[in-house]
Design a protein around this ligand. Structure first.
Ligand SMILES: NC(=O)c1ccc[n+]([C@@H]2O[C@H](COP(=O)([O-])OP(=O)(O)OC[C@H]3O[C@@H](n4cnc5c(N)ncnc54)[C@H](O)[C@@H]3O)[C@@H](O)[C@H]2O)c1
Length: 273
């Protein structure tokens, strides 16, 4: 499969993984619409990659449809839909407001649904295309204090694998990208009630770094070429996934350890290294 001259939309393109996907696609000769709720972030990524910037809130189904329609008007086709925009909440579940629950469902799940509702019929008519949904390792395993995030990402994995089964007959591929911690600004966002993402994800090794987004983007495009169903990165994320499948009890015990460590660190923030 070649990306040269192909038309792609990337949501959440203004930062992190979405920006890296936009760069990787542009490097391979694709024409990219960089869409983000942060219009100026979308513009800087589009300017650096020769793409088109769109200020887009993926929770707005009409706006997502308009973004797809604009590509069709301009290019006559849409080859790749990257439903990547996402937000994160970390912390004790009882501290999450209903507004926070709704916001994460709206962005992480409904945002993907809106992308599929707009792009999939176009791809069916073309008899070709690829839908790439950024889920997470959290879509394959359970993790205490990440319940809202885990719920939305499980939904995205289930949606992607189900759609993949019926899309194949139309010549359309579907991939769910399931990374562990990736070094992007999201790691420092979404803290509820003193939660510390870096402390949590790197088990106290706060100077550790996540998987590089540009490597994940390159892996993702290779997984698209290989028509993979799931991409799990880095290798230790695959180990966690397999462990959870082999022994949910052990996964639960490990998850309890993460929660206990996080609570200890919240009680004594001075001890953070
Ligand atoms: N970084 C990680 O460790 C990691 C791991 C697994 C999965 N993910 C997933 O990867 C995706 C990208 O996250 P990232 O790590 O690059 O984070 P990020 O915060 O760097 O980027 C997310 C982007 O999405 C945009 N966005 C947020 N809400 C939006 C909305 N309603 N409409 C349009 N754009 C919106 C933000 O403005 C931002 O530019 C997310 O779905 C996230 O859940 C991230």
């Amino acid at each position: 499969m070649s990306f040269v001259g192909k038309h792609a939309i990337v949501t959440g393109a203004g930062s992190g993984i979405g920006a890296a996907l936009s760069r990787a696609l542009a490097d391979r000769g694709a024409k990219v619409v960089c869409a983000d709720i942060d219009g100026s972030a979308a513009e800087s990524v589009a300017a650096a990659t020769g793409g088109v910037a769109v200020k887009l809130d993926v929770t707005d189904a009409v706006a997502v449809q308009r973004t797809v329609d604009d590509v069709l008007d301009r290019a006559g086709r849409l080859d790749f839909m990257f439903n990547n925009a996402g937000i994160f909440w970390g912390g004790d579940t009882e501290k999450l407001s209903l507004q926070q629950w709704n916001s994460i469902i709206d962005v992480n799940l409904r945002g993907v649904v809106h992308g599929i509702a707009a792009a999939y019929p176009v791809m069916i008519a073309q008899k070709a295309g690829h839908i790439i949904n950024t889920a997470s390792l959290a879509g394959l395993t359970a993790a205490g204090q990440l319940s809202s995030y885990v719920a939305t990402k499980h939904a995205v994995v289930g949606l992607s694998l189900s759609l993949r089964a019926e899309a194949a007959a139309h010549g359309i591929g579907v991939l769910a990208v399931c990374p562990g911690a990736v070094e992007t600004p999201i790691l420092d966002k979404g803290a509820v009630g003193g939660f510390d993402g870096r402390e949590y994800f790197f088990r106290g090794h706060r100077t550790s770094r996540g998987y590089p987004p540009d490597r994940l983007a390159a892996d993702t495009l290779r997984a698209v070429e290989a028509h993979k169903a799931l991409l799990v990165r880095p290798a230790r994320a695959s180990v966690a996934w397999m462990l959870g499948r082999l022994s949910p009890t052990l996964l639960n015990r490990i998850s309890i350890g993460y929660v206990e460590r996080q609570r200890r660190s919240q009680q004594s923030p001075a001890s953070r290294g």
